[in-house]
Design a binder for this molecule. Structure first.
Ligand code: FES
Length: 158
């Protein structure tokens, strides 16, 4: 190989490596940008327990409460809704539109309404029922929950 062709080869090889590194760097940056920054940070595989007998709002089916549970939902309160004697739904109180805190339902027949732009979510499971006045919201993040009727302990899992 002449010194000229060797030089051309090295230039082309260097350019290819540069392109490969650039593509990898760009892919890394893009994937970093694709992370949902609105999702609360919390470790997965954690369990949290709640003594339901200590919360009067949950004494009967249809009851709902807002509770702050250390370590769950990034420190923000969650709704706990009693669906029947042995079934509960647990979902975030942080609006999926622009992150405002959602209020407890005004009465036993109402749903959860976000005061910022009026999005409405089901009191039973956080499903979006009415979109905000502009833009859109999605269902509220829900957590797995099981209830032990013997002990009145609700176990929430992430
Ligand atoms: S932040 Fe909740 S409706 Fe806009």
């Amino acid at each position: 190989m002449s010194s000229q062709s060797r030089r051309d080869f090295l230039l082309r090889a260097t350019a290819s490596v540069g392109l490969a590194l650039s593509a990898a760097t760009i892919a890394s940056l893009v994937s970093g940008c694709e992370q949902d920054e609105t999702a609360p940070e919390q470790p997965s595989g954690q369990t949290y327990t709640v003594d339901v007998s200590a919360i009067p709002e949950l004494a009967a089916a249809g009851g709902i409460t807002l509770q702050s549970i250390t370590g769950l939902n990034g420190g923000d309160a969650v709704f706990i809704s009693r669906l029947d004697q042995s079934t509960f739904a647990v979902f975030t109180s942080i609006c999926t539109h622009q992150g405002c805190g959602i209020d407890l339902p005004a009465d036993a027949q109402s749903n959860c309404v976000c005061a910022c732009h009026r999005a409405e979510f089901s009191r039973r499971d956080g499903t979006v029922l009415r979109q905000p006045t502009s833009g859109s919201a999605t269902n509220l993040q829900r957590y797995a929950a099981t209830f032990d009727a013997q002990t009145n302990i609700l176990t929430i899992r992430t």
